[in-house]
Design a protein around this ligand. Structure first.
Ligand code: UDP
Length: 194
C-alpha cells in the first residue's frame, strides 16, 4: 500500500499485523530496523525541528500512532489502513519474541520502573531471552550505553526515553549496529510495570 504524507511525515500504510510480519522478516534477515511510532505530538515537533525531522526521515518504518494522524490522513484524502498504537505494537512484538525465543533489551524509564516491567515480561512471556535492561537516566552523548546494548546482541531494543530523546539515541545506535529492531516506546514501561 502506498505511503501517506501527513504534513511532511511519510507514514507506512499497514495494519499492525502487517507491520509485525515485516519486522519478523527483517529480524530473520538480521537487518537493522528503525521504527518510529509517530503520534500528532511527534509530527508537530518534527515540523518545527529540522534536526529531529532529519532523524525521523531515517526510519525504516513510520507507524501511524494516534487518532489525530488517522483523521489528518482522512482529511487529506489518503486514508491509512488503521491506527497502530505504540504500546499495542510493543505487546504484539513481545508476543512474537516469546514464540520465537528472541533476545530483547529494555532501555529507559526509572530504575524501579524498568525492573518491574522486565519482571512482568518474564512472567507473561517466559520464552523471551532478556538480553538486558537499563534505566533511561544516562548521558545521551556517552557511547558506553550503545556499546553495552550492542554487546548483548539483541534482536529487539525497546527504547523508553520519551521523544525526541529516544529517536536521537536510536539513530546514533544504528550508526554502528549490525542488526536489531529499534523502537521508541515513550512511557510504555510505566504502563507495563503497572
Ligand atoms: N525518560 C527516561 N529518560 C529521560 C527522560 C524520560 O528514561 O531522560 C522516561 C520516563 O521515565 C518515562 C518515559 O521516558 O518512562 C517518557 O514517557 P512520556 O510519556 O513522557 O513519553 P512520550 O510517550 O510522551 O514520548
Amino acid at each position: 500500500r502506498e505511503k501517506v504524507n501527513v504534513i511532511g511525515i511519510v507514514f507506512d500504510n499497514y495494519t499492525k499485523k502487517e507491520f509485525i510480519q515485516f519486522f519478523l522478516e527483517r529480524i530473520n534477515k538480521k537487518e537493522k530496523t528503525f521504527v518510529v511510532t509517530a503520534n500528532p505530538e511527534i509530527v508537530m515537533f518534527a515540523k518545527n525541528n529540522p534536526f529531529y525531522y532529519k532523524i525521523i526521515k531515517k526510519a525504516n518504518y513510520v507507524v501511524p500512532d494516534g487518532v489525530g494522524v488517522i483523521k489528518g490522513a482522512q482529511l487529506l484524502g489518503s486514508p491509512l489502513a488503521e491506527r497502530v498504537p505504540g504500546f499495542e505494537l510493543m505487546l504484539a512484538l513481545l508476543q512474537e519474541a516469546n514464540l520465537n525465543q528472541l533476545r530483547v533489551y529494555f532501555l529507559g524509564a526509572k530504575q524501579e520502573v524498568v525492573e518491574k516491567a522486565v519482571a512482568q515480561v518474564r512472567k507473561d512471556y517466559p520464552l523471551i531471552q532478556i538480553a538486558g535492561y537499563h534505566d533511561g537516566y544516562f548521558d545521551l552523548k556517552d557511547k558506553k550505553m550503545i556499546n553495552e546494548v550492542q554487546g548483548t546482541q539483541p534482536d529487539i531494543v525497546f527504547v523508553a526515553l520519551g521523544f525526541p530523546k529516544q529517536e536521537k539515541w536510536i539513530s546514533q545506535y544504528l550508526e554502528t549496529a549490525e542488526k536489531g529492531i529499534l523502537m521508541g516506546v515513550g512511557g510504555s514501561f510505566d504502563v507495563l510495570s503497572g
